[in-house]
Design a protein around this ligand. Structure first.
Ligand code: MLT
Length: 429
């Protein structure tokens, strides 16, 4: 007999079906709850709410498991490339060589942006945060491709939007940095692979020859893979919610970029580096900051520790820690901030206070260190996260659209005033 959940309300009994995922996660299907009972559920922060059924990413927070389309993150980070993982997330299968070549070729062909996009840069203050520019310019693509707002796009038209977005985001992302620095903007180079081209646009100057370091390319591939999807996190849920109104792919992803910018989400990697810099400026005594973190009355918070869904460890952090060690030793980098980071990491892994509260270093903690080692400026860290997360957002938007999901429309429990009559201004005290 199919499993169901019984609910007793005001002495009346109701039955709701239980639905089970392929990894045996169970959920009570309350789609008919309000119709049948007049009640709704309240779940602030949606910690117990499955907003959708999805076949893209499996995450087990208790066991520290993360898989994209069934493939373990460890294998993908070690053996795959960012574009291959992007294809996997978006289309559901690992590509054949011909499919991957075609996907890469299409993306390479579309990396140029309309010259009018370039002009928009002039309208931003030069000190603007790169995430503000990134979200605005990604949204502006809807203006350059107005047909993208149609709710009836064919498969081919959706694919073209996907390719354009994957291609143009790296150009726009690199230009946000160049604009910020007051450097000339570099046009993409079609002879380079995705990661090399991004590094070239970020770091080269028209006046000098730029040598691409294969160790940095490989570290970047790994970082982007590790950030590529993370099921229904805040920015992804935003992309799906905005997309559920039939908004364009560009508009939906732009909304996701804004969600990611928040310091409680993707902005955390920038906050980690700023925290390490503040500790260094204060003299570098990590034990003082560990004590502050433990003091309930001290507002200081250790950034980059613990995670809302991982209860033991973040599997991405394990891979990225090793990558950070490899990159730093390969590049011969001796960074004093790294020493501070290592001391904090050691404290968190050995101190009872942190162990009990499951405050272990997460992906944001180590990613900031690698980004710094490969020369990415702190303000660009969250842009790098967005670059990595893009295939996940696209895959989730596409899945939502293909499954014809209804518009997202949560309800509320109203706690305001009861009905009252309008009072003229002269009668108000
Ligand atoms: C992410 O990768 O999106 C972050 O770890 C946040 C989350 O999953 O809630």
């Amino acid at each position: 007999m199919a499993e169901s959940a019984e609910l007793i309300l005001d002495g009346k009994s109701y039955s709701f079906p239980v639905t089970e995922g392929t990894e045996h996660e169970k959920a009570i299907d309350i789609a008919k709850l309000r119709d049948q009972t007049g009640y709704i559920t309240i779940d602030s922060g949606y910690k117990n709410t499955g907003a959708t059924k999805s076949a893209i990413t499996f995450l087990d927070g208790e066991e520290g498991i993360l898989r994209y389309r069934g493939y373990p993150i460890e294998q993908l980070a070690e053996q795959s490339s960012f574009l291959e993982v992007a294809y996997l997330l978006i289309y559901g299968t690992l590509p054949t060589q011909a499919e991957l070549d075609n996907f890469s070729h299409q993306i390479t062909k579309h990396t140029l942006v309309h010259e009018d996009v370039r002009k928009i840069f002039d309208g931003f203050p030069s000190a603007a945060h790169p995430m503000a520019i990134l979200s605005s310019l990604i949204c502006s693509l809807t203006a350059f491709y107005p047909e993208s707002v149609s709710p009836d796009l064919s498969k081919e038209e959706i694919d073209l939007n996907v390719i354009r977005l994957m291609a143009k985001i790296s150009t726009i992302a690199a230009w946000t940095y160049k604009n910020n620095m007051g450097h000339p903007l570099n046009y993409p180079r079609n002879d380079l692979d995705y990661c090399s081209n991004f590094l070239y646009m970020m770091f080269s100057f028209p006046t000098e020859k730029y040598e691409i370091d294969s160790r940095i390319v490989s570290a970047l591939n790994k970082l982007l893979i590790l950030h590529a999807d993370h099921e229904q996190n805040c920015s992804t849920s935003t992309v799906r919610l905005v997309g559920s109104a039939n908004a364009s792919l560009y508009g939906s992803v732009s909304a996701g970029i804004n969600a990611l910018w928040g310091p409680l989400h993707g902005g955390a990697n920038q906050e980690v580096l700023e925290m390490l810099q503040a500790i260094q400026k204060d003299g570098g005594d990590t034990s003082k900051f560990i004590a502050k973190a433990k003091d309930k009355n001290d507002p200081f918070r250790l950034m980059g520790f613990g995670h809302r869904v991982y209860k033991n460890f973040d599997p991405r952090a394990k891979i990225i820690k090793k990558a950070a060690d490899d990159v730093l030793s390969a590049l011969g980098i001796n960074d004093p901030l790294l020493k501070i980071a290592q001391e904090l990491e050691q404290a968190a892994l050995t101190d009872e206070y942190f162990i009990e509260r499951k405050l272990y270093p997460n992906v944001d903690f180590y990613s900031g260190i690698i980004y710094r080692a490969i020369g990415i400026p702190t303000e660009m860290f969250t842009v790098m996260f967005a670059l990595g997360r893009l295939p996940g957002w696209i895959a989730q938007w596409k899945e939502m659209r293909e499954n014809k999901e209804p518009i997202g429309r949560p309800r509320q429990v109203y706690t305001g005033e009861l009905e009252r009559d309008y009072v003229g201004i002269e009668q108000r005290s």
